[in-house]
Ligand binder design. Structure first.
Ligand SMILES: *[C@@H]1O[C@H](CO)[C@@H](O)[C@H](O)[C@H]1NC(C)=O
Ligand SMILES: *[C@@H]1O[C@H](CO)[C@@H](O)[C@H](O)[C@H]1NC(C)=O
Ligand SMILES: *[C@@H]1O[C@H](CO)[C@@H](O)[C@H](O)[C@H]1NC(C)=O
Ligand SMILES: *[C@@H]1O[C@H](CO)[C@@H](O)[C@H](O)[C@H]1NC(C)=O
Ligand SMILES: *[C@@H]1O[C@H](CO)[C@@H](O)[C@H](O)[C@H]1NC(C)=O
Ligand SMILES: *[C@@H]1O[C@H](CO)[C@@H](O)[C@H](O)[C@H]1NC(C)=O
Ligand SMILES: *[C@@H]1O[C@H](CO)[C@@H](O)[C@H](O)[C@H]1NC(C)=O
Ligand SMILES: *[C@@H]1O[C@H](CO)[C@@H](O)[C@H](O)[C@H]1NC(C)=O
Ligand SMILES: *[C@@H]1O[C@H](CO)[C@@H](O)[C@H](O)[C@H]1NC(C)=O
Ligand SMILES: *[C@@H]1O[C@H](CO)[C@@H](O)[C@H](O)[C@H]1NC(C)=O
Ligand SMILES: *[C@@H]1O[C@H](CO)[C@@H](O)[C@H](O)[C@H]1NC(C)=O
Ligand SMILES: *[C@@H]1O[C@H](CO)[C@@H](O)[C@H](O)[C@H]1NC(C)=O
Length: 527
């Protein structure tokens, strides 16, 4: 029996009369605590194709029962839509809730398609639409900032409602509660998964939370830092120039781990000095560009992360080895046209300042000075520190038997992996150290991989499958299988080691093969 809470089980088994399963026409009698259900529709969908959202595959020929539930929380002036897709055949007995990205609470078909192909009953929520796409929805904001009810939906409530709805609809449709329930998300989806573990420890048996946008109050203003640097220093390097720094850092630090594989695995050991490139020439778009000291300073400041004018660190920077333009343009995005480069802010950080901190839709983020930065951080933490999904008390989740896998790309171009490390360290302090936490949470830092995938390193192939095996078979993962195709077109396999271990090369095997590595405390060869 799945570890459903008694409460949710009651909703699933009592409020919804068991009716003939496999009929997609019924009106479900659904109770969602704290909410008023406005509308439930069921539509039999046939031969549907879903779009690809990197790195997910495109799916076609899908047939499923599509249940849409619209609800409001009385007094909150919100409308939240949750969609549940129920495969007509081959249900694997599991429920999977999927996450969002940026200010989007759910990505919808691009995540639901791959989930139902694997046999899951799967759900996605619009979270009350604080976002439209990854950017904000102006209708959810006033001159006081986000509407509180919609903010609560985005931060924690809509995922809990989705868990209640998804399990109940699944139980109603198949005539049997799901055996197990899972969370699967990256970025905002990673934050939502950790938020669920913190606030609703019984909602999911297993959680896969990648590159989590936790520490929201600090992380979202930190996204704006490279833009602030480039504006204040009046120096915007082209992405080609950024890549020259990336290449030089790889050349310097690749072999710190004893193997030349094009990846910086030991990011903290890499003492890369951008100033060493000053005066060198880079060929960009057919023109030789000479790297200036000003450009090296911008690169240094971006890796250092946001600082006060007196030099105090306000949040970690992106790690050395970051590929600034990737699947998603990152924090250090620039656009070059006819030889002129301009800095372009990442919308999530830019709108965080505009709508959440300044609360002024005509605010000009180009005007932010270095002197403003500590005030913006202070405002962000005082207004949204409690909405940051970084409560280290995962004890209730552990006691409920929950299992958690988090991975974070070391080359993430949006959210510094060091923020995830800080959270992990707080959890370890509270819950008795690394081994105690590894009992229910395994963390994996992935070299060369960017935000939710991409980059130039081995991407975890199926982290959710590892969660499922842990929950259902008790096999706690010491490694996560990962794969990529390198610059020379060769397929490379790695097994990513669980934190705090690292992948140590055996000194002789093919660096492209996982069996040439073991998990160890240090990259140094065993003596
Ligand atoms: C729906 O469930 C509620 C609570 O169990 C019950 O009072 C009500 O009669 C049900 N309605 C229908 C149409 O079955
Ligand atoms: C429920 O939603 C469907 C589809 O949008 C719509 O046709 C129907 O009128 C709605 N019913 C109610 C009671 O709002
Ligand atoms: C399913 O959809 C595809 C693409 O839209 C189409 O080519 C195909 O004929 C459809 N198959 C059926 C059985 O309707
Ligand atoms: C409710 O929200 C809508 C937009 O989401 C807004 O236009 C309206 O003014 C709000 N009403 C109240 C009472 O807050
Ligand atoms: C759910 O678990 C039960 C055992 O509790 C098992 O008999 C059943 O096959 C599982 N259902 C599915 C669809 O896997
Ligand atoms: C960086 O290295 C990549 C891969 O070798 C290469 O394609 C690119 O041209 C290099 N960029 C610069 C600016 O040297
Ligand atoms: C990373 O490199 C530094 C500097 O060479 C070294 O001190 C450190 O031990 C390395 N880290 C690991 C885990 O081996
Ligand atoms: C760039 O500089 C290199 C070395 O200084 C030179 O060989 C090359 O011809 C130059 N290319 C262009 C396009 O100016
Ligand atoms: C870039 O240069 C080309 C050729 O000189 C010109 O046609 C084009 O308008 C320019 N684009 C911009 C954005 O300045
Ligand atoms: C909003 O920002 C604009 C542009 O920076 C500024 O002119 C205006 O005074 C600000 N409005 C308020 C209410 O602060
Ligand atoms: C944050 O939570 C703490 C502890 O519950 C509370 O004292 C404080 O008022 C909250 N801050 C805000 C801004 O809601
Ligand atoms: C659990 O272990 C059995 C036996 O090794 C295997 O067949 C099954 O696929 C495993 N299930 C999961 C979810 O890993």
């Amino acid at each position: 029996m799945a570890k459903l809470s008694g409460f949710i089980f009651a909703v699933a088994s009592l409020s919804i009369p068991a009716f003939a399963s496999q009929a997609c026409t019924s009106i479900y009698n659904l109770t969602v605590p704290g909410a008023e259900v406005l509308n439930i529709t069921s539509v039999l969908q046939s031969n549907v194709s879903t779009p690809a959202f990197p790195p997910g595959p495109t799916e076609g020929g899908l047939s499923f029962c599509d249940v849409t539930v619209v609800l409001t929380h009385p007094g909150e002036n919100d409308t939240v839509t949750t969609e549940v897709w129920l495969p007509l055949t081959g249900w694997n007995g599991r429920f999977q809730a999927t996450g969002g990205g940026g200010f989007l609470s759910g990505i919808g078909p691009a995540e639901l398609g791959p989930a139902i192909v694997q046999g899951y009953a799967a759900a996605s929520t619009d979270g009350g639409n604080i976002g439209l796409g990854i950017g904000i929805n102006p209708a959810a904001f006033t001159s006081d900032g986000p509407l509180p009810g919609i903010m609560a939906d985005y931060i924690y409530r809509s995922v809990h409602d989705m868990a209640v709805i998804g399990k109940a609809v699944t139980a109603s449709y198949y005539g049997k509660a799901p055996n197990y329930s899972y969370w699967n998300g990256c970025s905002t989806g990673g934050r939502q998964g950790l938020q669920a573990a913190q606030a609703y420890p019984d909602d999911f048996d297993g959680i896969m939370a990648a590159c989590p946008a936790i520490n929201l109050a600090e992380a979202l203003i930190a996204i704006e830092w490279p833009y602030i640097v480039m504006n204040n220093d009046k120096t915007a390097p082209s992405q080609c120039v950024f890549n020259a720094f990336l290449n030089a850092s790889i050349a310097q630090c690749d072999e710190l781990d004893g193997v030349k594989d094009g990846l910086i695995s030991n990011v903290t050991g890499c003492a890369f000095d951008p100033y060493q490139l000053v005066g060198t020439q880079v060929l960009c778009d057919g023109t030789n560009v000479t790297i200036s000291e000003a450009v090296a300073t911008v690169y240094r400041k971006i890796l250092d992360g946001p600082k006060s004018p007196s030099g105090d660190s306000l949040w970690p920077g992106l790690y050395v080895g970051v590929r600034t333009d990737d699947l998603y343009p990152g924090d250090a995005h620039t656009v070059t046209t006819n030889g002129t480069t301009v800095a372009v802010p990442f919308p999530v950080g830019d709108e965080w300042v505009t709508y959440f901190l300044e609360r002024n839709s005509s605010f000009d983020t180009h005007s932010i000075t270095y002197a403003d930065v500590p005030e913006l951080f202070a405002e962000s933490v005082s207004s949204y520190g409690n909405d940051s999904s970084n409560n280290p008390n995962l004890s209730p989740f552990q006691k409920a038997g929950g299992k958690l896998i988090v991975w974070h790309g070391l080359s993430d171009n949006l959210l510094p992996p060091a923020g995830t490390l800080r959270y992990r360290q707080k959890v370890e302090e509270l819950l008795g150290g690394t081994d105690a936490v590894n009992d229910f949470w395994r963390l994996f830092f992935v070299p060369g991989v960017s935000h939710c995938g991409g980059g130039y390193g081995p991407v975890p192939t199926d982290a959710l499958a590892a969660v499922v095996a842990w929950v259902e078979n008790g096999t706690a993962p010491d490694t996560l299988p990962a794969e990529y195709v390198n610059y020379s077109g060769a397929t490379v396999n790695h097994d990513i080691c669980k934190y705090p271990l690292v992948s140590r090369y055996d000194g002789k095997g093919d660096p492209k093969v996982a069996s040439s590595y073991t998990c160890a405390e240090s990259f140094e060869p065993a003596s």
